[in-house]
Design a protein around this ligand. Structure first.
Ligand SMILES: Cc1ncc(COP(=O)(O)O)c(C=O)c1O
Length: 267
């Protein structure tokens, strides 16, 4: 928070909007992590009005330094001029068409140049869609159903939500298909393959989750995937365009088979 201490914050407009939203929007938000229930009531702003660079202004005029960065995507900063003008220029030509647009090919070429080991690119709607699509492709390619998973988790993927308590609405058989291993624990991953012989379609891994890999971890993961004919899916939704423009693959020198990018692309 900036100049004012939280007890002096004026939050009248935020409070009014929150009451209104309570009637209209489940959990008052479209995104769980953005919900008012995630923050301390009465001292945390709830509604944002505008943002510029690294700061945002809430609906009561309070200004904050934004450590949340839009839940991750804001790496360039808000209101970034080059991106804004590219968007406004494109708006003049239209942004939704019945046919593909040449810009898809230009962007794909640029991504292939920027991200190591990239031959082709498929665009998806969200990070969740991209990782779930990669899992589906791995299952289709290998004709195996189980997944070995290591990451920060989250209920954004149904196939992951099956394994935790917030699993309402996810069929329970999904739980049997997901095997969790810890970051930097390649022995744990090997054990999963041992216990589920010829059943693991893919290893889904964030290149880094709150800690850096020990010297051999990522190299061993690659080897285990190759040895067991499993697809190595790197979830670079957070690390992509952040650890390096080329993502965790470039930064840590690891090669994924299917690599998913998200957040940073949205800025
Ligand atoms: C590592 C990781 N993968 C996937 C996702 C899902 O991305 P999206 O919110 O674009 O669906 C998130 C979201 O926070 C994430 O942190």
């Amino acid at each position: 928070m900036t100049t004012k201490t939280s007890s002096l914050l004026k939050l009248n407009n935020s409070k009014k909007l929150k009451l209104k939203a309570k009637r209209l929007i489940p959990a008052q938000t479209q995104t769980f992590s953005r919900s008012a229930t995630t923050f301390v009531e009465g001292v945390y702003p709830v509604y944002v009005k505008s943002a510029n660079g690294s700061h945002f202004t809430d609906v009561d005029g309070n200004i904050f330094l934004d450590y949340l960065m839009g839940l991750g995507p804001i790496t360039l900063g808000y209101n970034y001029k080059k991106v804004n003008s590219a968007i406004t220029n494109q708006l003049k030509d239209g942004i939704l068409f019945s046919l593909p647009h040449p810009i898809e090919i230009d962007l794909t070429e640029l991504l292939c140049k920027t991200i190591p080991n990239t031959d082709m690119v498929k665009f998806e709607k969200t990070g969740s869609n991209a990782v779930t699509g990669a899992v589906r492709a791995a299952r289709a390619i290998t004709k195996k159903n189980k997944i070995a998973y290591c990451g920060s988790g989250g209920v954004w993927h149904d196939w992951y939500a099956a394994s935790i308590s917030r699993n309402d609405g996810v069929p329970s058989f999904n739980k049997k298909l997901i095997k969790i291993f810890d970051y930097n624990d390649s022995d744990g991953l090997e054990q999963i393959f041992e216990d589920n012989k010829n059943e693991i379609s893919s290893i889904v891994l964030e290149p880094s989750v709150y800690e850096i890999p020990n010297k051999t971890f990522l190299h061993k993961i690659r080897k285990i995937a190759d040895k067991n004919n499993a697809v190595l899916i790197l979830d670079e939704i957070v690390t992509g365009f952040r650890f390096d423009l080329g993502g965790g693959q470039k930064f840590f020198d690891i090669k994924g088979d299917l690599v998913c990018f998200g957040k940073g692309m949205g800025n």
